[in-house]
Design a protein. Structure first.
Length: 500
């Protein structure tokens, strides 16, 4: 499938240090926003040689995380503990302090082994997240009132999640070697700061971001191990192996894919097998709870339930959700094999995780954390990213105002069901919008900002510049250039060579 190239075109791309792509030179929104800090040239940053892009991004991410903690201060001081609606009126709710008592950590119960007194018989989180929660409880002093202990437990978890935030920012900034500044999308994402300490999702997100970095460096086994660990912390990362399978099929990279699957399976088993064998009832609680859980916040299924006034059968919803995600994944697979140029790994990773979330029976506000790092790699365009983030911020406010409305008794104050349904629709449409522009980039690679400089797939590792061995449809014909109307370096399909 390689294109015919001249001797000049066959010249290998230079391996020396390549210039860093500056968003302010390619992105109008980034250029306009940079005026706040001195303009595209970075007038305020001249001479500060130690502030490399990765360091700047890590510091910004830490600063935004701290602002997110400040936003939770009304709850930390009193709203978690006083009044039915205070934590919702201030939009500062977090599962972390409530589950300290509710899941037995305050009583030194061992997750998965000890039964819990309450609405849940065992901890309903995957094993590695349960370990994360347990370690935080070990670091929480047991003296003082239960309220004080809940506050300290949240603070300890926040510190651990802050480390995860720094890891995510650094990994995203380093995944695309020439595009470190795309990591600012993660660092400055408002939805990231607002939802970072609602739950423990950032742990799995950090492991997934590290896995993406390892794959971009051609380290398939390390990628697999990290994906396995991420799956042991949250279920969604295993889905990334699906689009990677189709990409490796198209490129004929079966050996690397085999190592990735082996590493993922081995790491997942190492974490899960001891608990699975010694505490089977507690271990399977996460999976049974996921199956038995009713239609919940943020999903289009909830809109249907509220509009019809009739509860949906959980079994039917599970079946339909599974069918929808299978159809979506089949469509992504077909797109991968028929696209005029092999899609980038990050593009497909975003699409498959978004498909899972959009069809799921629950779309919690913190699920946006799963998508933000992938969006920064898949579609690093500030305008589209900010449109999506605006939708997510509106939903973040909407869900808490809706809960305040439902729990305020005879004189409801907050957002009524109709308003909440609009908020749900808004954040679903925002996610679909990002999916749509990514699909457009795949079908029209000349619109892909990452490829405009002649790159192929910076996060693709062994897929970057690889030849096709299996394609369908029009892609099976003689290859086309990455950009038909772009005047600049172009990568020939299936080759690392650059035409200038």
């Amino acid at each position: 499938m390689c294109a015919m190239t001249s001797a000049h075109e066959d010249r290998p791309a230079p391996k020396t240090a390549e210039p860093v792509v500056r968003p302010t030179q390619q992105d109008e929104t980034a250029a306009a926003g940079s005026e706040l800090i001195g303009g595209p040239a970075g007038r305020w940053a001249r001479g500060v040689s130690r502030l490399t892009p990765v360091r700047v991004i890590a510091l910004v991410a830490i600063g935004m995380f701290a602002l997110g903690m400040v936003q939770k201060m009304p709850c930390y001081d009193w709203a978690w503990f006083q009044g039915a609606t205070s934590q919702y009126n201030h939009a500062c709710y977090s599962d972390i302090p409530h589950l300290y008592v509710g899941r037995g950590f305050a009583d030194d119960l061992v997750p998965y082994f000890d039964r819990i007194n309450g609405d849940m018989s065992y901890l309903e989180y995957p094993v590695l997240t349960g370990l994360f929660m347990e370690v935080a409880s070990w670091l929480t002093p047991h003296g003082g009132t239960i309220q004080h202990r809940e506050q300290i437990y949240w603070m300890v978890n926040a510190g651990m999640l802050l480390v995860c935030t720094a890891v995510i920012a650094v990994c995203v900034a380093r995944t695309h070697r020439r595009r470190p500044w795309d990591g600012l999308l993660v660092a400055l994402a408002p939805a990231f700061a607002l939802t970072a300490t609602i739950n423990w999702d950032l742990f799995a997100v950090a492991l997934t971001a590290a896995a993406m970095l390892m794959w971009s460096r051609g380290r398939a086994l390390a990628f697999g191990v990290l994906i396995g660990l991420a799956t042991a912390a949250k279920l969604y990362p295993v889905l990334i192996l699906g689009p990677l399978l189709v990409l490796c099929w198209r490129a004929g990279k079966w050996r690397e894919y085999g190592w990735a699957v082996f590493g993922a399976a081995a790491a997942w088993l190492v974490v899960n097998l001891p608990v699975m064998l010694l505490a089977p009832e507690g271990w399977k609680k996460f999976y049974t709870f996921s199956q038995e859980r009713n239609v919940d916040f943020g999903s289009f299924w909830l809109i249907i339930t509220q509009r019809t006034g009739k509860p949906l059968d959980v079994g039917n919803v599970n079946t339909w959700a599974m069918l929808l995600v299978i159809l979506a994944c089949a469509g992504i697979g077909a797109l991968t094999l028929t696209a005029p140029r092999r899609p980038r790994f990050a593009q497909l990773a975003f699409l498959v995780i978004a498909a899972f979330i959009l069809t799921n029976k629950v779309y919690s506000p913190q699920y946006v954390l799963w998508l933000i790092p992938l969006a920064a790699l898949a579609r690093p365009r500030w305008r589209d990213f900010l449109i999506w983030q605006a939708c997510e911020v509106m939903y973040f406010l909407g869900i808490w105002l809706y809960l305040a409305y439902t729990m305020s008794g005879d004189k409801p104050k907050g957002l009524p069901p109709e308003g909440y349904q609009f908020a749900i629709a808004l954040h679903l449409i925002g996610t679909l919008y990002i999916c749509a522009v990514i699909v457009r980039d795949i079908l029209m690679p000349e619109r892909d900002g990452v490829r405009k400089d002649g790159s192929d797939d910076p996060s693709g590792g062994v897929l970057d510049g690889a030849e096709d061995v299996f394609v369908l449809g029009a892609a099976a014909h003689p290859a086309r250039h990455a950009a038909h109307h772009y005047e600049g370096p172009q990568v020939e399909w299936g080759s690392r060579s650059v035409r200038e």
